[in-house]
Design a protein around this ligand. Structure first.
Ligand code: NAD
Length: 294
């Protein structure tokens, strides 16, 4: 079978987790510091519970402390803000992540803004978004960071590339675009109101799809040889009444045109938790003035 290099996100995430674990061990040996990540879960959403459990397991496996705070779906906004405030003050907590989505009676923005930006390992606080946009050191959202690492795994220098990001959410599309700009790409952000999406996509040497529409991006929208990073995770009907996961890119068509492509699952997905661990380590080191390169 001809075609693209399949970018193995699973393997790259394993290596990143190993690098983080080694740096955590060094931080403990040389500075007596154990980074700590607190994850707050409001309510009993089964998918969120699985995420939180996995995050806890991976955090401990990297040698860090994991704190899980579970509160009922009926928790008031002010009670949640108090929990965040307490975590902000705790010396043993370096990273705070409030699992989204929150119940509708809680203002998500207000909760994110209550997190100490120095502990905002999701990188969603407007201060971190602003720092990223102005080229200052910032805690960067995990999935976008993972996208850049995957692209650089096949092309270490992205400077000068035409990059097209499809999707403009605050958690994926916009931060990916900012990171690509910081890598000196020429960046276009396309979205639901863009005209001629196929033509825009076809300009891309590097295409990032963060849309949430199963297999929207077809093989003939892709420039031959392009790097394709597929962030989408969509559950669609599969064989025998089961469901299966597909990305925002039609993988089977695209793999014959692209130069390199991430699969779904096994591409961007595994990078997210690995980047969260990396951010927790970075936050722990920065809060103590320790220089680290991860
Ligand atoms: P979102 O719904 O917040 O944003 C989707 C964006 O796509 C919007 O900006 C919208 O303008 C654009 N869009 C929608 N329909 C479009 C169309 N027909 N043509 C062009 N643009 C269109 O979604 P999100 O949170 O940014 O997530 C996007 C996808 O990435 C989802 O499938 C989500 O599950 C996945 N995701 C994966 C990870 C991970 O791998 N860990 C993390 C976050 C999100």
């Amino acid at each position: 079978m001809s075609g693209a290099t399949i970018i193995d996100g699973k393997a790259i995430a394993v290596r990143l987790r190993e690098d983080v674990a080694a740096a955590v061990a060094r931080l403990g040996r040389e500075h007596g510091v154990t980074p700590g990540l607190a994850v707050v879960l409001v309510g009993e959403d089964p998918a969120s519970e699985v995420y939180v459990r996995n995050k806890g397991r991976e955090t401990r496996a990297a040698g860090m402390a994991s704190f899980e705070i579970k509160v009922p779906a009926t928790t008031s906004e002010s009670a949640l803000l108090e929990i965040v405030g307490e975590l902000n003050r705790r010396a043993d907590v370096d990273g705070i992540l409030v699992q989204l989505p929150l119940p509708p009676h809680i203002d998500q923005g207000r909760v994110i803004e209550a997190i100490d930006p120095a502990k905002d390992v999701d990188g969603f606080h407007p201060i971190n978004a602003g720092r990223l946009a102005t080229g200052q050191p910032a805690l960067v959202p995990c999935t976008p960071l993972g996208c850049i690492m995957l692209a650089k795994s096949v092309q270490p220098d992205l400077a000068g590339l035409e990059a097209v990001v499809v999707g403009r959410s605050n958690i994926v599309g916009k931060p990916v675009a900012q990171l690509l700009l910081a890598e000196n790409c020429t960046v276009t952000i396309a979205h639901s109101r863009s005209r001629s999406l196929p033509e825009i996509a076809a300009r891309a040497d590097l295409l990032v799809a963060a849309v949430g529409r199963p297999e929207l991006i077809r093989g003939d929208w892709i420039k031959p040889g392009a790097i394709v990073i597929d962030v989408g995770i969509n559950r669609v009907p599969g064989e025998g009444g089961k469901t299966r996961l597909v990305g925002d890119v039609h993988f089977e068509d695209a793999r014959h045109v692209a130069g390199a492509i991430t699969p779904v699952p096994g591409g961007v997905g595994p990078m997210t938790i690995a980047c969260l661990l990396r951010n927790t380590l970075v936050a722990a080191a920065a809060r103590r003035g320790v220089a680290l390169a991860v």
